[in-house]
Design a protein around this ligand. Structure first.
Ligand code: PEP
Ligand code: MN
Length: 347
């Protein structure tokens, strides 16, 4: 069960709630978000009806909600309205307007980022993606430019009016990445890095949480719960495919997860068709399908010269492919009652 406090409820009212929880020999998990404080009540509850009424009459309590899922605060039961994660003016996840991120797998150079940022902004994206810290299977593969890469991304994004989404790989880098990024990406390989989830739970930038390589929907929502309960309520889920037996595609993109998640959670959901398929020719059709299925946006790899990319060239769209995608996306978005992002400010 969760207890939602009224906005600006004084500390004494919260204390009264947590004291009653303690008196009942239950434990309280207090999650203080920017807008409201939510208290999760954990433990064996005997007479639910009586308990619900008991908490509901305390001062400062807005609502008391019984939750049957293992994930609580991110569940649809906890919040009937869909969460809109606002990044800044003109960029949000979960509203009527889609959020579209385009950019390279890895930040390689200023020139590469400038060319890509100009092209994706002109095509109608509102976020720039790119990795400065790369989770590579081999320790000998390109690991990313680190802080230099973050600077290059920030500069290209500011020049074009795009927002930056980039991966934070390590708890030690959260503060650094937060200084440059608008959205903190948690990669598939770190979806159950609980220390990292707690750390970004304390950050003041929204978190884009990718589905783990072989994660169930429930495990993924539990990972989101870690971020939420740690105080960051601005979470976007990103379906990026799961490992399967077929060698024809890199991953199996689970598009059924999109409408399913809408019934299970209030958090917005985007799709990464690049890692989801691993195959350039499949990226456009799966992007269209993702939006048709109700996704709140896309994360797409784009490179000025995919053949020369340091990572993920085979799944990267060219600049022209990305412009084509955006043109084809407009009628699909309109058909499901969504709009493309407002044009970025400075192109
Ligand atoms: C990425 O987006 O560049 C990335 C590494 O994705 P994932 O964590 O989904 O593999
Ligand atoms: Mn990649």
């Amino acid at each position: 069960m969760i207890i939602v406090m009224r906005p600006n409820a004084p500390e004494a009212e919260l204390d009264a709630v947590t004291s009653l929880i303690a008196a009942l020999k239950l434990s309280a998990h207090v999650s203080r978000g920017a807008e409201r404080t939510i208290v999760g009540v954990i433990g064996a509850i005997e007479d639910k009806e009586i308990l619900l009424a008991q908490f509901a009459q305390l001062e400062g309590v807005d609502s008391v909600v019984p939750i049957s899922h293992s994930y609580k605060l991110v569940s649809r039961q906890a919040r009937a309205e869909r969460t809109v994660v606002r990044v800044r003016d003109g960029v949000s996840f979960g509203g009527e307007q889609l959020a579209i991120a385009g950019g390279p797998c890895s930040v390689e150079s200023r020139e590469q980022l400038d060319l890509t940022a100009d092209a994706v902004a002109r095509a109608g994206a509102n976020l720039l993606r790119g990795g400065a810290f790369k989770p590579r299977t081999s320790p000998y593969a390109f690991q990313g430019l680190g802080e230099e890469g973050l600077k290059v991304m920030r500069a290209a994004a500011d020049r074009t009016g795009l927002a930056v989404v980039t991966e934070v790989l390590d708890v030690r880098d959260v503060e650094l990445v937060e200084r440059y990024a608008d959205v903190l990406q948690i990669g598939a390989r770190n979806m159950q890095n609980f220390g990292l989830l707690r750390e970004v739970g304390g950050a003041r930038k929204p978190v884009l949480l990718k589905r783990g390589i072989a994660a169930t929907i429930e495990e993924w929502l539990m990972a989101a719960e870690y971020v939420y309960v740690s105080g960051n309520h601005e979470i976007v889920l990103c379906e990026r495919g799961v490992r399967s037996y077929d060698q024809q595609t890199r991953n199996l993109l689970d598009l059924a997860a999109v409408p399913l998640l809408r019934t299970l959670t209030h958090l917005p959901v985007v799709v990464d068709p690049s890692h989801g398929t691993g195959v350039r020719s499949l990226v456009v059709p799966m992007s269209l399908a993702a939006i048709a299925a109700g996704a709140d946006g896309l994360l797409v790899e784009v490179h000025p010269n995919p053949a020369a990319a340091y990572s993920d060239g085979p799944q990267s769209l060219t600049l022209a492919n990305f412009a084509d995608l955006m043109a084809r996306l407009a009628p699909v978005a309109a058909a499901v009652g969504r709009g493309l992002p407002a044009p970025a400010l400075m192109v």
